[in-house]
Design a binder for this molecule. Structure first.
Ligand code: F6R
Length: 643
């Protein structure tokens, strides 16, 4: 039932035994995606359960919550339901729980574990252990001591699963935790509470404390697997793996443990020296991607433009073998310079009647049919408003497809405002729609899914705002499509898994429009975030449609969301904007009023979306300029996706 080769690839190897792991102090395995990694972890767990069963023993698992292990639990449930994996010989201990918090609260880890795993498998209730967030302040210490004793009583943890927080915490062992710490209460760091804020509908609702297993409790486990997915974990992963052991980054304590493996997807591994600057670690395969990456890095490190780099610069920065293989700095500089220069175009849909040999897009056909997929109703203008505007003004048939309703990002106050305006113009105050909505608002409680009627009102607000922006860019309403993908419609932060319906709806719209160009948000930050899910849905639809003849003529371009930009060496099309075009883009973003002036899900960047967008686009233009190209006010950047 379980594919052995996938699990053995996670086998522990002491760090330092291979040339490429220079700088690394923790064993890690890089997998192609969080899905692959989650399957491997789930199968490792399943194998251990079976092995223990054969020995007539109980299997003691240490479990984590949060977004990271969700797909692991999903696969374990599948293995139970479809392949008969039994949990009768399993004992579990969870890492942590908020304190104080009722078990019934939808944000409690108790609720999380039951809804994502325990309720769907045959584990015996008495074998489940989760720190108790319901005990009183007086009782909590004894309850922590009893928790430790219970772990010892069953012979210790065989396999501990961990995620990692951006503070570097494991469990809730925040910076400053002691190596010898045991299960105890802890005050949560601001960053941890901040990251949890969306789920609790605001940081003020996030508990200030938690109960957590200690560092020592975790290190006593016989085997440890820590998983990290997405680029927003990349920075802390680099520190955990390459940094010295420090209480300020508790994950580094795992360097004491001789049977720990970190499972990382490519985005989470991106800041490791062997990935980011492989030429500093060992001999590097000098393919085109690595050449571009190395030269962009060299410009930044030496603060020189491309054409000023010398043989000496290459030699002094670990790139002498590149010179041996590819000739002098002069040749390499020219190659990179041409590549970047050819990425710049004011004609994102291709320039008609022009030689397109060195342009990022084809001249023909012209005009093109274009789909801009926008995960939320505003990503189109925030991330590629300048390009959108140009495509329309250059005569292309632009369709915008809003993938989700974006309804949870509208505050109750905003929604009530529209409801009150509507009521002012309706003769009978007992109009049934208004009445239903007023009743729904009076009955809502935080931490419970919003009722359908409120979700619909909020969705409608975002729809009207989007139409304001698309009309400003002068596209007819018939070319604006609202998909309201079902995976998003939970009324909560936690979303449903992708369903066949999400993919079918996406296939249908692509098939109807038969585009020559598709733009999609290539956001890799959070594999469970809406942008990433929306991208996976587009990729699945493309995979299905690939054999159709119109797809042979369709190019796919990826833009990045509000938080990141492509690295310079990744950019394949850069669309410059004049100061006036920057202002038009700003105005289009302003139409999304519910997302202005303190949005609900701000993330850790407190700038408004239009400010972020402008600063990001200006930074891309400056980057090009610093490498030796013309000075533009702003630039939007794209990377091509080949299917
Ligand atoms: C959860 C836990 C935490 C999380 C960490 C990462 O039980 O102990 O350490 O593993 O905060 O959270 P996610 O996976 O949501 O990024």
């Amino acid at each position: 039932m379980i594919n052995k080769s996938s699990t053995t690839s996670l086998a522990y190897k002491a760090p330092g035994s291979f040339e490429e792991t220079r700088y690394e102090k923790l064993h890690n395995v890089i997998v192609e995606s969080s899905t692959t990694g989650s399957l491997q972890i789930a199968h490792t767990i399943a194998e251990l359960i079976l092995q223990k069963k054969d020995q007539n023993k109980m299997c003691v698992l240490g479990l984590a919550t949060g977004s990271s292990p969700l797909s692991v639990y999903r696969e374990l449930v599948r293995l139970h339901k479809e392949e008969g994996l039994s949990f009768q010989n399993v004992i579990t201990f969870n890492l942590d729980e908020y304190f104080p918090l009722s078990k019934d609260d939808v944000q409690s880890y108790h609720y999380f574990m039951h809804s994502n795993l325990f309720d769907h498998v045959d584990i015996q209730a008495e074998n489940i252990h989760i720190p108790n967030g319901e005990v009183t302040l007086e009782e909590v210490r004894n309850s922590c001591i009893a928790y430790e004793a219970k772990i010892k009583e069953v012979g210790g943890i065989d396999l501990q699963i961990l995620g990692i927080g951006r503070t570097g915490h494991i469990g809730f062992n925040e910076p400053g935790s002691h190596l010898n710490s045991q299960t105890r209460t802890i005050t949560l760091d601001h960053l941890t509470r901040f990251d949890a804020a969306p789920a609790f509908q605001g940081i003020e609702n996030v508990p200030r404390k938690a109960i957590t297993m200690g560092i020592q409790t975790i290190l006593n486990a016989k085997r440890i697997l820590l998983m990290a997915w997405g680029s927003y974990k990349a920075e802390i992963i680099q520190k955990a793996i390459e940094g010295d052991i420090s209480a300020m980054i508790p994950t580094t304590y795992l360097q004491h443990h001789k049977n720990t493996t970190l499972v990382l997807d490519e985005e989470a591994a991106a800041e490791l020296t062997r990935i980011k600057t492989p030429w500093l670690v060992s001999t590097c395969e000098w393919n085109e991607a690595n050449r571009s990456r190395a030269i962009a890095w060299l410009c930044e490190t030496t603060a020189k433009s491309i054409l000023k780099l010398t043989d000496e610069d290459y030699n002094q920065h670990g790139m002498s073998d590149l010179l041996v293989l590819h000739g002098s700095a002069y040749d390499l500089n020219i190659e990179m310079f041409n590549r970047l220069q050819r990425s710049i175009t004011g004609w994102p849909g291709g320039k008609p009647n022009a030689d397109d040999q060195y342009r990022p897009e084809r001249a023909q056909p012209h005009p093109k049919r274009v789909i801009i997929f926008s995960p939320h109703p505003d990503d189109d203008v925030i991330s590629m408003g300048g390009t959108f505007d140009r495509l329309v003004s250059q005569g292309h048939e632009v369709h915008v497809v809003y993938q989700t309703s974006g309804n949870i990002a509208v505050s109750d106050q905003d929604a009530l405002k529209y409801l009150e305006v509507a009521s002012d113009f309706i003769e009978s105050k007992s109009d049934s729609a208004i009445e239903t909505l007023n009743k729904a608002f009076s009955e809502t409680t935080p931490n419970q899914p919003a009722p359908r009627s409120i979700c619909d009102l909020k969705g409608s607000i975002r729809k009207r705002e989007s139409l304001g922006a698309t009309r400003y860019f002068a596209i007819p309403d018939e070319q604006v499509h609202f998909m309201n993908l079902p995976f998003y419609e939970t009324g909560m932060i936690a979303k449903n898994p992708i369903s066949q319906e999400d993919i079918d709806l996406t296939v249908a719209i692509i098939e109807k429009i038969k585009p020559h160009q598709i733009y999609a948000a290539g956001d890799l930050a959070d594999p469970h975030g809406t942008h990433r899910v929306c991208l996976d849905i587009v990729f699945s639809a493309i995979e299905i449609l690939k054999p159709q003849s119109f797809m042979k003529d369709c190019w796919v371009w990826l833009y990045r969301g509000a938080w990141h930009e492509w690295d310079i060496h990744e950019i394949e099309m850069a669309v410059p904007m004049s100061p006036d075009q920057v202002l038009r883009k700003r105005k289009a973003i302003f139409y999304h009023q519910s997302q202005k002036d303190g949005v609900m899900f701000q993330g850790n960047d407190h700038r408004e979306f239009w400010v972020r967008a402008e600063e990001r686009n200006a930074a891309t233009a400056q980057k090009y300029q610093s490498m030796g190209f013309s000075e533009y006010a702003a630039m939007e950047a794209f990377k091509r996706y080949f299917f």
